[in-house]
Write a new protein. Structure first.
Length: 528
């Protein structure tokens, strides 16, 4: 057979595949393992064994996958373009993307020629594991992304797992209002109105053990039905155990979720290139968010520059067991744009900040450790430890009137404020119903607020200020046996339920709390 005839046959095979898929006639039967090898593969192969692997993303994108399928990329291979697969799995039978053979993660490089390197559009029951993803163009492009999961007119989409991905060098815009850019973007609503479309949301998202580096402007973020008059929150969203390094702006920001869990993540460096407001970990327009066991450090600048933030249009945000250090903007922001009211926003209601440790936050004097702004309501801050090193002169608590309102009903209980440098306060007139009780104020303060049961003596911590990188370096914030903080706390203002203690039941290190009896002051509970 001549070479010309062979070429014609191969061309017709590829053409027939493209034509059939365009008509949605080539469908996987399901339960099939497909292989891709950019070095030794060939797009006219069946793709069903390592030796008959496909070669390109273009071939993969022609297939409509089915429940139980696996799509395996050979280790150490590189693919240019965009992975945009089709088809959905089903419950207990997802479609899984992973690696075969030994070696480096297979790499998908969109080269800035696509808005995302991986697109999952209007599908569900997908798992994406062990892939390297990058998307760098010659110039920054607003909206450029690494992984983009998008729903339009879909309804509820279930089960997305992103695990052990290495996502790096996404050069989107570092300006939020231009559209920014994202390492991972969950998108279930376009920013503009969608008349006549079915509302879409996620139910079941796990983003775990991913490593993000230099994703500009944002790390892991979402969009959603954020306005209260169209509220349709995503459910069962978990962001766990990820490492984010050198992020241009915001780092982890769920939007339009109910019950989102953000835990065991490490952020090293956010707002590195953005000049607009950005923080480390913060929910926006979310209810019942739990942010716990995270570490955030090296946030840059003071707009916002905080490690953590409970933002507006949020109810019942809980921040516990986190470690915030060396963030120029401070530890915790609680804010509300008072000008946004119903039917758009409920404000910020019921934030709880407890059993966290802040060390050497607030690098600049304008970077407050706690920033409370707008009409935030019913904020409770208790059993935290804040250490301010001798080289720092910071605002410890700052309030201001974003949108014309000020905080109401803010309670500080059982906290240790240990100031080796100097701490100042800016609590504006009009801030109402602020209560300080049973806090330790040790060190140099300028005009500290009235505390009905203040302790001003040395709290006698094991080795204050000795924290380093890692939550396991914080043993120095435990109490010595003769500390005046032992048994000196209060339960005032902390609601309890007979079945489940509302204080979380444990301290920073996992020691059990004493139930309805008075706790110790600080993040440590002495073990009897």
């Amino acid at each position: 057979m001549s070479n010309r005839v062979i070429c014609v046959i191969l061309y017709l095979q590829v053409f027939s595949i493209q034509f059939a898929v365009a008509d949605q006639n080539i469908l996987s039967p399901g339960g099939v393992v497909y292989y891709v090898d950019s070095i030794d593969g060939n797009d006219v192969n069946t793709g069903t064994t390592p030796k008959t692997a496909w070669k390109s993303l273009e071939r993969v994108n022609l297939m409509v996958f089915a429940p139980g399928d696996k799509l395996l990329f050979k280790a150490g291979t590189v693919y240019t373009g965009r992975l945009n697969p089709h088809g959905s799995g089903k419950k207990d039978s997802p479609i899984v993307v992973d690696v075969f053979d030994k070696g480096d993660k297979p790499r998908i490089d969109a080269e800035g020629k696509f808005m995302e390197a991986v697109m999952l559009y209007n599908v569900e029951y997908w798992e994406l594991n062990n892939i390297e993803i990058t998307n760098t163009g010659k110039n920054r492009q607003p909206g450029r992304k690494g992984v983009h999961i998008k729903l339009v007119n879909f309804g509820t989409a279930h089960h997305f797992v992103l695990k052990n991905l290495f996502i790096h060098d996404i050069n989107g815009s570092n300006v939020k209002n231009e559209g920014g850019g994202f390492g991972i973007f969950l998108n279930n609503k376009e920013w503009e109105s969608e008349p006549g479309l079915i509302k879409s949301r996620f139910d079941g998202v796990l983003i775990e053990s991913c490593h993000l580096v230099r994703t500009d402007r944002n790390g892991i973020c979402g969009s959603g039905y954020w306005k209260r008059n169209e509220w349709y929150p995503s459910l069962n969203v978990v962001i766990r155990g990820n490492l984010l390094v050198d992020i241009g702006g915001d780092c982890i920001v769920p939007i339009g979720c109910d019950g989102c869990l953000i835990e065991y993540n490490v952020v090293n460096g956010g707002r590195q290139r953005a000049t607009d407001a950005a923080a480390g970990i913060w929910p926006w327009s979310c209810d019942n968010t739990v942010v716990q066991f995270n570490e955030v450090y090296n946030m840059k600048g003071t707009l916002d520059g905080h490690g953590f933030d409970s933002d507006w249009n949020c109810k019942n945000s809980l921040f516990q067991y986190n470690y915030s250090h060396d963030n120029e903007g401070g530890f915790q922001l609680v804010c509300n744009n008072t000008a946004e009211v119903m039917p758009t926003s409920v404000g910020n209601i019921g934030t709880v900040v407890r059993y966290n440790i802040s060390q050497n936050d607030g690098e600049y004097s304008s970077g407050p450790i706690f920033e409370l702004t707008g009409t935030i309501q019913d904020t409770t801050i208790y059993n935290n430890v804040v250490y301010i090193g001798s080289h720092l002169d910071v605002l410890l608590i700052n309030t201001w009137d974003w949108g014309g309102g000020l905080p109401d009903n803010t309670r500080f209980y059982n906290n240790i404020f240990y100031v080796a440098g100097q701490a100042r306060f800016n609590i504006l007139a009009g801030t109402t119903n602020s209560v300080f009780e049973n806090n330790v104020w040790y060190g140099n303060f300028v005009s500290k607020p009235y505390d009905s049961n203040a302790i001003t003596s040395d709290p006698k911590l094991v080795n204050v200020g000795s924290g380093s990188i890692g939550r396991d370096t914080l043993g120095g914030y435990k109490l010595l046996q003769d500390s005046s903080c032992i048994g000196a706390g209060t339960n005032t203002g902390i609601a309890y339920d007979d079945a489940d203690y509302a204080n979380g039941g444990r301290d920073f290190w996992g020691n059990a709390l004493p139930g309805i009896n008075v706790p110790d002051i600080g993040a440590y509970q002495k073990i009897d």
